[in-house]
Design a protein around this ligand. Structure first.
Ligand code: G
Ligand code: G
Ligand code: MN
Ligand code: NA
Length: 254
């Protein structure tokens, strides 16, 4: 209860902040987008990771107002970057299962885009396999509505669920994010190489945009570039950064 109240107050007091991690084109290091990752700036504890509060936010339902804040803030940030001449083509936002059950999710997202005055194509939502498989029939309907808005849909942590391949036929997705557990062993580990090559080849054939997560070394980056990944994300390029630090990071990477 204590922590639940603390979370609720954190939202009221504006203690959450968004960090943004660049996604780059493999060949030219051009910025293709950023993934939004929430943090809690706690007055005593400092910066608190979402792994420490998102589960509780989900249990208590607070993920709904927090998630709505994330979507509004991410859309507003894109508009702020536009206004200051910083070109960030797209922002990706993680959704959790509880948010996905919200009857007003689609209108909430539409409202966030509207309030920021940005085109829906600037927003990508990241979903996980387990989220989609909870109520697959309902999920398909929600995804269709989001696509009708013009938002793009990414499948996060691809390959780690129980039904990765059936997801592809079932849901209207645009982007597959290869989980970092498959990137970790590249390029030295033969099994990792086989899995990564097979995922990228299949995904490209099915016309998905393929994003590799957790890219930490130049050798991983070169391998993923040579094997046809569309975008790379990871500590090699940048950690998730506060909005104010992104312009300098873009300049450094260019
Ligand atoms: O950046 P990082 O280690 O801290 O993120 C940890 C986890 O928290 C990741 O699985 C990420 O998807 C999740 N996460 C980060 N931001 C959000 C958010 O805004 N909403 C939800 N639902 N999950 C988030
Ligand atoms: O679950 P999701 O894929 O949304 O979460 C992404 C998580 O991965 C975040 O916690 C983010 O901070 C973290 N992350 C981003 N880049 C790297 C990386 O290169 N290596 C590792 N180990 N984690 C990363
Ligand atoms: Mn993600
Ligand atoms: Na992921």
């Amino acid at each position: 209860l204590l922590l639940e109240n603390a979370l609720r107050q954190a939202l009221e007091k504006g203690e959450f902040e968004l960090h943004y991690q660049p996604q780059l084109s493999p060949a030219r290091g051009e910025l293709l987008g950023v993934e939004t990752l929430i943090r809690w700036r706690h007055p005593q504890l400092g910066l608190v990771s979402p792994v420490r509060f998102i589960p509780l936010a989900e249990e208590t339902g607070l993920i709904k107002p927090i998630g709505a804040w994330v979507l509004r803030e991410a859309c507003l940030q894109i508009a702020r970057w536009d206004a200051s001449g910083v070109h960030v083509p797209r922002v990706a936002v993680n959704l959790s299962a509880r948010q996905f059950e919200q009857a007003d999710l689609v209108s909430m997202i539409d409202g966030a885009l509207e309030a920021a005055g940005i085109d829906a194509s600037r927003l990508e939502v990241e979903l996980t396999e387990s989220l989609l498989m909870q109520k697959p029939e309902e999920a398909v309907l929600v995804l269709r509505q989001l696509k009708a808005l013009g938002v793009t849909l990414a499948l996060d942590d691809f390959g780690t669920g129980y039904s990765s391949l059936s997801m592809l036929k079932r849901f209207p997705l645009d982007t597959l994010k290869i989980d970092r557990s498959f990137v970790e062993g590249l390029p030295g580990d033969d099994d990792s190489v086989a899995i990564a090559q097979a995922i990228v080849a299949m995904a490209r054939k099915l016309r998905y945009t393929v994003v590799a997560e957790g890219v930490e070394t130049a050798a991983q980056s070169a391998f993923l570039r040579d094997n046809g990944c569309n975008a790379l994300q990871g500590y090699l390029f940048s950690r998730p950064l506060p909005a104010a630090e992104l312009p300098a990071c873009i300049d450094r990477l260019a």
